[in-house]
Design a protein around this ligand. Sequence first.
Ligand code: IPE
Ligand code: IPE
Ligand code: MG
Ligand code: MG
Length: 371
Amino acid sequence: MLISQVATPQSIPRKVVDAITPQNTIGAVNQSNGALDINTLFAPIRPGLRLVESKLRDVDSAIFAPLAEAFVNLIGSGGKRLRPALALLSAEFNGSMQNAPHYSTVIALAASVEMLHTATLVHDDVIDGALLRRGAPTLNARWNGISTVLAGNYLFGTAAHFSAETQNMRVIALFSDTLRVIVDGELRQLKDRHNFMQKRENYYQRIYAKTASLFCAATQGAAILSQLPEERIADLNQFGYNFGMAFQIIDDILDFTGDDATLGKPAGSDLRQGTLTLPFFHYLQQHPDARSVIAALEDAQIEADDGNAAVWDEAVNLLVRDLRNSPAIEAAREEARTFLRRAVDNLAALPDNVYRHSLFGLCEYAVKRTY
Ligand code: IPE
Ligand code: IPE
Ligand code: MG
Ligand code: MG
C-alpha cells in the first residue's frame, strides 16, 4: 500500500515534523493566530513573483475584446500563486538565480505553470458545472460551455508560449507531457464518477495526474533551468509529487469540512458530482456496513437519473454530515501529513538556505490552510 510503508525520515527538521503531527493540524489551528502567512514564505522570491505577475497580465491587446476581458478577469481573480512560487523557490539551489542573466527563463516557467493551472481550472469548472471560484462567478456562469472551453484553450496556448520562452527542450517536453497527464487525469475522474466500487488506487492515480503532476513540472522544471545535478533534479521532482498529492488531499478534505464562504465555492460538491475522494474511501473502510452505504447511494443515483434529483441531494447531504463528524477526516489528513513528511525529506540534500526554509514552511502551510 502506497501510504503505510512510510516511516518518519530522520532528516526532517524538528519544527516541520512538529507542525505536521496530528495535534497541530487544520482543526486545531486557529485562523487568527495559528495559520501561516503564505506571503511571509513568499518573501524571498517577491521580486520574481512581481515579474511573473506582470507577465501573466500582459494580454495581447489585438485579441477579440470579450476574450481579452475574460483573460484579464481570470488572471486577476486572485489565486494563491503557489505553483509559480514553488518554481521560483526551487530555482535557488545552485547559486543565486535571481541575479543570474537567465532568470527570465525561470520567470517564463513560473508564468507557464500558473497559466496552465488557470486553464485547467477554467475547463474543470465547465466539467463540474461550477458557478463559483475564488468567491466570484466562473466564466462558464456567464458564457456557454463551448466558448468557455475555447477561452481555456487560449490560456493553454499562452502557457505553451511561455514554456517555449524557457528555450529549454527538456522543460518544453515536461510542459507538454504534464498537459497530457492532466487531461488524462480529468478524463479518468469523469469516467469514475458515481462508480462506488472503484479502488482507492484510482484516486491516487488521478490526483497525481490532475494536480501533483503540475507541481512536479514547477519544481523539476526550475531545477532543470538552474542546472542542478540529476540527483537534485529528481529530489525536487519528488518534492513536487509529495507536496502536490498532499495539497490535493487537503483540498478534498476541505471540500467536506469547509464552508462555502471560506472556500469561495460550494462545499460538498465533489461527492454531489459523484467524484469519490480520500475522505470517502476512509469513511467506507471504517463504516460497519459499507455495503448499505453504497446501496443507498446507488439507489439515490438511480432515482436522480429518473428525474428525482432531490433524493440524490438528500442522500449526499446526509452522508456529508455523517462523514464530517467521522474519523475519516482525520485518517485522510494523516495521509496528507505522510506525503508532506516525505516532501520535507526530499529536500534533505539541498543547500540549507532561505528558499529551502520557505519550502519547509509551505509544507506546514499545506496542512493548515483553510482555503
Ligand atoms: C485549486 O488549486 C485546484 C487544486 C489543485 C486543488 P489552488 O488552491 O492552488 O487554487 P488557486 O490558484 O489558489 O485558486
Ligand atoms: C483540481 O481539482 C482541478 C484541476 C487540477 C484541474 P479539484 O476539482 O478538486 O479543484 P477544485 O476543488 O475545483 O478547486
Ligand atoms: Mg473541481
Ligand atoms: Mg476540490
